[in-house]
Design a protein around this ligand. Structure first.
Ligand SMILES: [Zn+2]
Length: 112
């Protein structure tokens, strides 16, 4: 059963093929500042319900990943690899309904 993730204002909405079983709390320099929990998906299993989604982006360091945030409400929504053939993307699980998020196991990723 698919689940829907939405930023606060609803401008960016994503339908995920399945609810995440785990979400990742990463302590790297960017993730800990964003305060996000990542759910990882193959890009093909995430449908953007507003395909031209009004996001601003941020890249840093080796610039392999692009972080997206809603242009209106500022919520971090997802990251995507700059290489479109990469089979993984990250969705901010904090945009999921609370019951879906609380059912997922939180994994702590130690990057420091
Ligand atoms: Zn928004």
């Amino acid at each position: 059963m698919s689940v829907e993730a939405s930023c606060h204002c609803g401008s960016v909405r994503m339908a995920l093929a399945v609810a995440p079983e785990t979400v990742t709390d990463c302590n790297c320099s960017i993730c800990r500042r964003y305060g996000v929990l990542w759910a990882y998906y193959e890009p093909g299993s995430v449908d953007f319900l507003a395909p031209t989604g009004p996001t601003d982006t941020y890249e840093w360091g080796d610039r392999m990943l692009t972080f997206h945030r809603c242009r209106t409400c500022g919520c971090i929504t997802h990251w995507a690899d700059r290489d479109p053939s990469y089979d993984r993307m990250g969705v901010n699980a904090r945009l999921l309904p609370l019951d879906v998020l609380s059912a997922a196991q939180v994994l702590h990723l130690d990057r420091v």
